[in-house]
Design a binder for this molecule. Structure first.
Ligand code: CA
Ligand code: CA
Ligand code: CA
Length: 671
């Protein structure tokens, strides 16, 4: 009975709070003015009547449900001891939850404060405090209303040891982006799972193809041999289980094989494997010195997320399925100190492609949910970094809270944000480390270097002027820290390098040599090391040959590669290993030595020495001379070309004179 009375009291007090909140402005204007004593008493009587009416209405509304509570989901399902996020807020989804009270049984845990329930009685928010000495194991939640009670499970986890976990990434790493569905099918039993029958079809480029986490585990030795030290995996969240009738591709329904349309932020997509398989991948990658970077989405959900029809709070999304802004991608207004407010709102709150529900991070429950979700994936798996999707469409005020929560729990962690733009002025605005004109430091470490990506494509694929590259790099001062930017020549949202008009293997080699020797954190895209083609999305997301059982050739092995594939593979492998072996390529300062229309020579200089890199992007051979005396290379120094070991140059009169064949690169290191 005590429980019942508490429940009624808590429910009523919540409704009273809400009533006053909603009416505050009206109350203030009507009742706040000094009037005669008689009128004042009348007003008080009216106010009392109003409160009684609200209490009555609240009770009627509370008991209009006719069945006991049902629980469908608890987010997060677990948390670990000694976390900086304590208490952890549970969002319990179910039915008939109006007036719900939550208890937790078991040692070392307790409910903190009163739960709150949304208006439809479909979500309860409640805080759980975990004692530092709480024993790991399952705990039981009891959710009760006047009409009954039900149980749900919550697990206390041990805190993962920091060693070899939560490592972050740095310019010493070589990243490799894998689209899970298209890399390797290591487990054929999950290709057409019972949960989501009928969306696996390798002959359909918009369907699932069977790639999974086991396929990545199986190829860790391949990646290690290639010289990769960190893998960025496209999102592994559970995506919708059926055809997407909203997003038509070539006039046909699509699927969420790419992972960017979550229907559940706390589960691994069943086509990719299980949570245990993910943990196994992280552990086994760490054992061979490879880090794992998770691709996260915080701007939106997939179009079929259960929240779309049943939002946990009235302001969970910006707008509703029926009534919302459409994102017009007027992104320049985001760094404009004099923005047109409506345009800014459209870009920040508009639904991506008009159908991806835009999360409202200004709702404190949304913010808390997203922050905890990020911490949960890191804290339960031990992963090392995050690539955050659609960074610029989320308010900086949220990112400030999100990055500080991540850093508080995992101090070495690194985050790279996706701001897809070719303009350094725009891109650099989003990097953290200092307050911008909006008075906020987003805390973001790194950005995908798209301005440089476009220059790389122009110079090395299309054969345009190479000096566009140093011209782009000359704007580095706009970044707070350009050394940590992630450099790339290909990714999953753009056509492949080799499908650009004019692309050649020679050009692809130059592009790889540049990415792996310039400043920043080099990122490779799966399959570029064997010159895969694909002019658009999703053909740029083709299946890696040999990753799937029926494949006639296995390009993961030397025997399975064509002569041309072997040539580029060996070249990328050599550069990736040089990047690991030559410390100046990881931490050295970038110094431009010579730039002309199709020649670019630079050094990477650190306290341990220097590496000189020279490009001829012209279709005819040439010679170039450049000063090196300021690099600590005295006359008589002899340098070897690491890519053609028979090539030796000598410093004379403080100068190196170098002959370069057509479309060639030299990486020179002092003997
Ligand atoms: Ca599979
Ligand atoms: Ca699914
Ligand atoms: Ca948004």
């Amino acid at each position: 009975m005590t429980l019942l009375r508490d429940s009624i009291f808590s429910l009523r007090s919540r409704h009273v709070r809400k009533a006053c909140g909603v009416r505050a402005r009206v109350c203030g204007s009507n009742f706040g003015t000094r009037v005669s004593g008689r009128e004042d008493f009348a007003s008080k009587d009216f106010r009392a009547l109003l409160i009684v009416w609200w209490l009555f209405a609240a009770s009627v509304s509370a008991y209009s449900q006719t069945s006991g509570p049902q629980i469908l989901k608890v987010d997060p399902p677990s948390w670990w001891v000694n976390s900086s996020a304590n208490p952890v807020r549970l969002m319990i989804r179910g039915r008939n939850l109006k007036g719900a009270k939550v208890q937790i049984t078991g040692t070392g845990v307790r409910i903190s404060g009163m739960p709150t329930v949304n208006e439809r009685g479909t979500y309860v928010f409640v805080d759980v405090l975990i004692a530092p000495n709480a024993e790991p194991g399952k705990r039981e939640l009891t959710i009760s209303t006047q009409l009954g009670s039900t149980k749900a499970s919550f697990e206390v986890l041990p805190q993962l040891n920091q060693q070899n976990r939560f490592q972050g990434f740095s310019p010493a790493d070589v990243l490799y982006l894998i689209m899970i569905d298209r890399f390797s099918d290591g487990d054929r039993t999950n290709n057409d799972p019972p949960q989501s029958r009928g969306i696996y079809d390798r002959s359909n480029k918009f369907a699932y193809h069977g790639g999974d986490l086991q396929g990545v585990i199986d190829h860790l030795p391949y990646l290690k041999d290639l010289g990769v030290t960190a893998i960025w995996l496209t999102p592994w969240y559970d995506n919708y289980d059926h055809l997407n009738q909203i997003e038509l591709k070539e006039e046909k329904p699509s699927t969420g094989f790419h992972g960017y349309n979550p229907q559940n932020f706390y589960t691994v997509e069943e086509h990719f494997g299980t949570f245990d398989k993910l943990r196994e991948l992280v552990e086994r990658a760490h054992r061979v010195g490879i880090k794992i970077i998770q691709d996260q989405v915080a701007n939106h959900t997939g179009p079929y997320h259960p929240w779309v029809d049943d939002p946990p709070t009235p302001t969970w999304f910006n707008g509703t399925k029926a009534r919302h802004l459409n994102n017009g991608f007027q992104t320049w207004v985001l760094h404009d100190p004099r923005p047109v407010d409506d345009l800014k709102r459209e870009t920040m709150e508009g639904w991506f492609l008009d159908f991806l529900p835009d999360l409202n991070q200004s709702d404190p429950e949304v913010s808390r949910y997203l922050i905890q979700n990020t911490l949960w994936w890191i804290g339960t798996t031990g992963l090392d970094g995050i690539r955050m999707d659609t960074w610029q469409y989320v308010p900086n005020s949220f990112w400030r809270d999100w990055t500080s929560a991540v850093r508080k729990e995992f101090p070495n962690f690194t985050v790279v944000g996706e701001v897809k733009d070719g303009d350094v002025v725009h891109t650099s605005f989003f990097q953290g480390g200092k307050k911008r004109f909006d008075g906020i430091d987003s805390g973001l470490d790194s950005l995908l270097d798209f301005p440089l990506f476009y220059s790389i494509r122009d110079a090395f694929a299309k054969g345009s002027r190479i000096d566009e590259i140093p011209k782009t790099l000359a704007k580095d001062y706009l970044y707070n820290n350009s050394e940590i930017l992630v450099t790339l020549l290909g990714g999953h949202d753009d056509g492949r390098f080799m499908s650009e008009k004019g692309a050649t293997i020679a050009g692809l080699k130059l592009a790889n040599a540049f990415v792996l020797t310039t400043r920043g954190v080099p990122q490779l895209y799966y399959g570029d090391e064997i010159a895969m083609t694909g002019p658009d999305e999703p053909t740029t997301r083709g299946d890696f040959p040999g990753g799937f059982a029926a494949d006639p050739k296995n390009a993961f092995t030397r025997e399975g590669r064509t002569a041309q594939q072997q040539e580029i593979f060996e070249f990328v492998r050599t550069l990736a290993h040089l990047h690991q072996q030559l410390e100046p390529l990881q931490r050295g300062k970038l110094i431009n030595l010579h730039v002309s229309e199709q020649l670019y020579v630079y050094a990477r200089k650190s306290t341990s020495g220097c590496v000189v890199v020279a490009f001829n992007n012209d279709i005819k051979p040439t010679a170039v001379a450049f000063k090196v005396s300021h690099l600590g290379l005295p006359d008589g120094s002899v340098l070897n070309d690491q890519l053609h070991l028979s090539t030796i140059v000598r410093v004379t009169n403080g100068t190196i004179t170098l002959s370069l064949p057509a479309r060639a690169v030299s990486v020179l290191v002092k003997q």
